[in-house]
Ligand binder design. Structure first.
Ligand SMILES: Cc1ncc(COP(=O)(O)O)c(C=O)c1O
Length: 371
């Protein structure tokens, strides 16, 4: 591998397609005449300098919204908006909008993101942890227990990849899709509300995709104490321009979805992602030094976690540090596990190339042979 070629395994903001970076830089230099606004008015203006209410940005916003329906397969029954504040703001906004005085919100606790969302929910409403994989170190997706519709306002799920989105009779499902949206086809008609920070599979940080079923939105109890800014109805009604949105983020999201469409859409992305993930998991399963974290059948296609737990405990930390340093020197960067769990994590989102996974597997093989 050429030393100049870096493979970036960052969990987010993450690798973006080279074509998207080129087109985004072009639009930052000058929007007029670029592929995004061939007829743009104004001479020499950058995307960053135009009004969010201009015809040019309106066209970008409309295209981005249409691509969310077309490429991500968000049903037309659901309104799409682009907000700010990340997925973390949604942890607070969901209960602000969905809490009911006569029912509890149910959560499936799958780790750090669930915990943050549960904390916000508890400020607003009765909150129930219906299932958790905490007892086994969050290495699986727990089964969803039966939930009584008369007592449950909604079910909220997060994080670790769900093979299939859950369906519970008469209980609306809300999903944090930040780490896996767009990685393969998903049946979003099962969701009353979905959201994703863009910085993993959709674009840069600072823009959050939210979609909400229009009928569900209309059915929500009015909660007069909720500030207008934090009401979904406000942003849906004003079609993402109630206030100034992240105009750059929306353009990059549009470019990423165009790239995804041109690469064959979600079916093809799913095939590529399964191939990449299998290559890495197969290697880790066969290794005697490395131990993958998630149980087979519960593994994310996007975020692969593992440790050096095959080594004697006293040596693990030194091996981990040596591996990270050597990987970096070999151009394999950002493999350090999340600060709360340690070990290694390779995020291999849609735009991460197969050749980078091959390079990592080859590196791990050589490293283990020397260890
Ligand atoms: C599944 C999931 N939810 C939420 C977050 C937090 O997102 P944000 O930083 O956009 O608030 C992350 C970030 O890594 C994530 O992976």
């Amino acid at each position: 591998m050429a030393a100049s070629k870096l493979f970036n395994f960052s969990a987010g903001p993450a690798t973006l397609p080279a074509r998207v970076l080129e087109r985004a830089s072009e639009a930052v230099r000058e929007l007029r005449g670029s592929a995004h606004a061939p007829h743009a008015e104004g001479i020499g203006l950058s995307l960053l300098e135009i009004s969010h209410r201009s015809a040019d940005f309106t066209a970008i916003l409309e295209r981005a919204t249409a691509l969310c329906h077309e490429v991500l397969e968000i049903p037309s029954t659901h309104a799409v908006v682009f907000l700010q504040g990340g997925a973390s703001q949604q942890f607070a906004m969901v209960p602000m909008n969905l809490a009911r005085t006569d029912k509890a919100a149910a959560f499936i606790d799958t780790g750090v993101w669930s915990k943050k969302a549960i904390r916000e929910s508890k400020l607003q409403q009765e909150t129930l942890v219906a299932a958790s994989s905490g007892d086994t170190g969050y290495d699986r997706i727990p089964a969803v227990p039966e939930l009584e519709a008369a007592k449950t306002s909604y079910l909220h799920i997060h994080g670790t990849q769900w093979r299939e989105l859950p369906q519970v009779a008469d209980v609306p499902v809300v999903a944090d899709l930040s780490s896996d949206i767009g990685c393969h086809p998903m049946d979003f008609s099962r969701l009353a509300l979905g959201y994703a920070g863009a910085q993993k599979n959709l674009g840069p940080s600072g823009v959050t995709l939210v979609f909400i079923e229009r009928e569900f939105l209309a059915s929500l109890e009015a909660r007069e104490q909720v500030p207008y800014f934090f009401r979904y109805a406000t942003h849906v009604e004003k079609q993402s321009v109630y206030n100034t949105p992240n105009t750059f983020g929306v353009l990059v999201l549009q470019l990423v979805l165009e790239w995804l469409r041109d690469e064959g859409g979600l079916e093809a992305a799913g095939r590529r992602n399964r191939e990449k993930a299998a290559l890495l998991y197969d290697h880790l399963d066969a290794s005697s030094l490395f131990v993958p974290h998630a149980q087979p059948g519960h593994r994310s296609l996007m975020n692969v976690r593992w440790s050096a737990d095959g080594a004697p405990e006293a040596e693990r930390e030194a091996i981990t540090q040596r591996l990270l340093a050597e990987a970096k020197a070999a151009g394999l960067v950002n493999l350090k596990g999340h600060r709360s769990v340690g070990g290694f994590r390779a995020s291999i989102y849609n735009a991460f190339p197969l050749e980078g996974v091959r390079a990592l597997v080859e590196f791990l093989r050589e490293f283990e042979a020397r260890a």
